[in-house]
Design a protein around this ligand. Structure first.
Ligand code: ADP
Ligand code: MG
Length: 393
């Protein structure tokens, strides 16, 4: 067990909290503040305990001078101030006198947000390569380090791994929740089913390998279904196929013939648009020039039938090209089905998370993981460096 924020005496201490404020922006306006909202419990807890709070986060990627203005956290500071209904100090610097003075002036319960940690990437990728000198500079600003940014936990950066290896460290409340839900999948209540969609088999090989022995069924959809189908010598027209991964799929199908479920029909078209003519057909009827963009109605019924007795479901990757309304059907119908039955449903992955939120299922699922790559790496059984470095209880 890793130390959590609750294991520390925070009163009067300068506490650095690494948060995930990597929000989507359009023309400088925050289009979705859920990452900020999800950080509030940890920030509020630190406040109630009388900490002097220093927040660090990255935002986007900084490669050239022009990216600086584009990815300033200034707007996020104002937004956070509105959400908390109190002043949030903002340091435009990631190091220097202005920042150090702002830290020294903090009183108990006050909050300072530091400019985007990746400003330090402009000159030699110091943040992203976990530059030791930068990490010790930031560490000196605080006395305790709390990491609450799960989505970057698979990366070894100065603002997560670097500071944690210097200061007494713990995880925040959001990170704790992530680890509780994701680790429960290592020893789930059965029947345990995994629904896997998304575009590519190659992105998901590690997860498949780690979970296949634990699951009672693996339901495949999305683009990756067509590499599996082709591996069974079924013609899939112009659907997405990764030929290099045919042997992997053949091997898996041969080893676990009963566990893997594949679609029997598809929603196909000659063009990937909402307007293009499309049809729902058995896989055998797919023409060379057609590609499948969603699984079909018979497959949806088949999957529902088999998912009926599930106790635990983990789902990564949408079942179709959900960005186009008519190819959302399978994703929406299965979300609807599994959330109406009181089952434990955990979603992980950027696209399945945004599909669930956009389709109105955020409140209905048990948990939506906040990590994309970090969630997948965790489920592959890898140690995440930013968690590994945190002190044990
Ligand atoms: P997640 O972010 O949940 O891990 P992925 O990133 O692996 O999911 O995949 C999401 C992408 O997969 C979406 O952009 C979606 O359009 C695409 N996709 C789903 N089904 C298909 C399909 N049949 N053909 C091509 N792309 C697909
Ligand atoms: Mg994705």
């Amino acid at each position: 067990m890793k130390k959590t924020i609750k294991n520390f005496e925070l009163k009067g201490k300068r506490v650095i909290i690494r948060v995930d404020f990597n929000v989507p922006l359009q023309d400088g306006v925050i289009t979705d503040d859920s990452r900020i909202v999800k950080s509030l419990p940890t920030i509020r807890y630190a406040q109630e305990q009388g900490a002097k709070i220093i927040l660090l986060s990255h935002l986007g990627r900084i490669k050239k001078e022009e990216d600086l203005a584009k990815y300033s956290l200034q707007e996020v500071a104002s937004h956070l101030a509105n959400l908390l209904n109190q002043t949030v100090y903002f340091s435009n610097q990631t190091r220097g006198k202005e920042l150090e003075d702002a830290v020294q002036n903090l009183k108990e319960g006050e909050i300072l947000l530091v400019q985007n940690t990746r400003y330090e990437d402009l000159d030699g990728k110091k943040e992203s390569s976990n530059d030791q000198e930068l990490a010790s500079y930031w560490a000196k600003l605080g006395e305790i380090f709390i990491n609450d940014a799960f989505a970057t936990a698979h990366r070894s950066h100065a603002s997560n791994v670097g500071i944690a290896s210097i200061l007494p460290s713990g995880i925040g409340l959001l990170m704790e929740k992530e680890l509780t839900f994701l680790s429960s999948l290592q020893n789930p209540e059965h029947p345990f089913y995994v629904i896997l969609g998304g575009s590519k088999v190659s992105d998901k090989i590690g997860v498949i390998q780690n979970l296949i022995s634990k699951v009672d069924g693996l339901f495949i959809g999305g683009g990756m279904a067509f590499t599996f189908l082709k591996a069974k010598n079924i013609s899939v027209g112009s659907s997405l196929v990764e030929d290099d991964f045919l042997p992997f799929c053949q091997n898996l199908l041969a080893t676990y013939p009963e566990k893997i479920l594949l679609p029997v029909d598809v929603h196909a078209s000659c063009q990937m648009t909402q307007e293009g003519e499309s049809r729902i057909i058995p896989i055998a009827d797919i023409k060379d020039e057609e590609a499948a963009y969603d699984i079909g109605s018979q497959s949806i019924s088949l999957y529902k039938e088999k998912l009926r007795d599930a106790a635990t479901i983990f789902w990564n990757g949408p079942l179709g090209v959900y960005e186009i309304p008519k190819y959302q059907t399978a994703t929406k119908e299965l979300l609807d089905f599994i959330t109406s039955q009181g089952k434990k449903v955990i979603l992980g992955g950027g696209d399945i998370a945004s599909a669930a939120v956009n389709l109105g299922y955020e409140e209905k699922v048990t948990y939506i993981s906040t990590g994309g790559g970090a969630t997948l790496e965790y489920l592959e059984g890898k140690e995440l460096p930013a968690i590994q470095v945190i002190q044990d209880q």
